[in-house]
Write a protein that binds this ligand. Structure first.
Ligand code: AKG
Length: 324
């Protein structure tokens, strides 16, 4: 299993998790928060919502924040809001909260990260009940799109892509972690599930009012059905007048592809108690994962000759997929 935090940064995770509860029931809370230009305000909003999620309404075992929850989503903000991970104030604050509230799994959405070399990444953070940072994921597929009459966004103008597939153990089984645009790439989910054994896929995300209505639910339900997984995606809420209009509609989807909890675009706490046994049931009933025809599938589509990085990435992916 890979978590992209370096071994020195991350506690040995498996020994920290308690045994899975026999019921396999998992209480999930998605915190769809309004993000402002004020980082301190964003952190305070997140802290209040985390406290509410775990201390009211029956509590929560898995709490998920949105993509870029401490920073407005926009290329011009990433640099000024970026912090080291670990070592920055957001990591410290989330770690302290996870420890104080003994949250089994806190997915601290994503934040802009500045590396010691000065690179910027869009990075998700995961903490356990002791406050240990047990995984990080640097967004692997950057959101570079140009939809005529819709949205143009070029994350790669400021951000560098991560180069890891990220999965981590939880008391309810292995989780896969991607960020927003990563959800469009089923090969990434395939490796999380078929190489690393993921049973739930988690995506802090911030779709927009162009692609959200078209593709948000479709993609989340597709990943759930493709891989017989629980899928959870947490968005910021829509803030009137903000430069980036988030789609909202944070969502929990079952391994059968049904939407078990969602909301509209405003600030929301989306909760569900989910049964991890449904993963096994769905995979037994519709066993696509064991009916793969790897003998038919190849990833030999050539990359453009001048794009050596892309070619190297595709080759690595091919090796991983074929080793399943
Ligand atoms: O894939 C999309 O349509 C939206 C992606 C996005 O907003 C993001 O990656 O932050």
């Amino acid at each position: 299993m890979n978590a992209s935090a370096s071994p020195a940064d991350v506690a040995a995770p498996a020994s920290l998790w308690p045994q899975p509860p026999p019921s396999q029931l998992l209480r999930v809370a998605l915190l769809q928060l309004p993000i402002t230009n004020d980082k301190a305000q964003n952190l305070a909003t997140a802290e209040a919502a985390i406290r509410e999620a775990v201390t009211t309404g029956g509590g929560a075992d898995l709490v998920i924040l949105p993509e870029c929850f401490n920073c407005p989503y926009g290329a011009s903000y990433f640099g000024p809001y970026a912090e080291p991970i670990p070592g920055g104030p957001t990591t410290a604050r989330l770690s302290a909260l996870a420890r104080e509230l003994a949250i089994p799994v806190l997915v601290g959405g994503s934040i802009p990260e500045r590396t010691p070399e000065g690179r910027l990444h869009n990075t998700a953070l995961v903490f356990d009940r002791t406050g240990a940072l047990v995984a990080t994921h640097r967004k692997a597929h950057l959101f570079d799109v140009d939809v005529p009459g819709g949205i143009r966004f070029v994350e790669s103008e400021t951000l560098s892509p991560g180069d890891q597939v990220t999965t981590f153990p939880t008391p309810w089984g292995t989780a896969g972690l991607g960020i927003c645009y990563d959800v469009r790439f089923p090969h990434l989910a395939s490796i999380m599930v078929e190489r690393d054994g993921a049973r739930l896929l988690i995506y802090p995300a911030a779709f927009n009012t162009t692609t959200g209505p078209l593709h948000w639910e479709l993609l989340l339900r597709s990943r759930a059905v493709d891989f017989g997984c629980w899928v959870m995606a947490c968005s910021p809420s829509r803030v009137p007048g903000a430069t980036y209009q988030a789609f909202g509609h944070s969502m929990i989807v079952s391994p059968w592809g049904t939407v078990v909890a969602t909301c509209e675009a405003g600030p929301s706490l989306v909760r569900a108690t989910i049964d991890m046994a449904q993963v096994h049931q769905a995979r037994q009933a519709i066993p696509v994962l064991s009916q793969r025809r790897w003998d038919l599938y190849t990833c030999d589509r050539p990359a453009p000759a001048d794009d050596k990085d892309n070619l190297a990435r595709q080759t690595a992916l091919k090796v991983n997929v074929r080793n399943v």
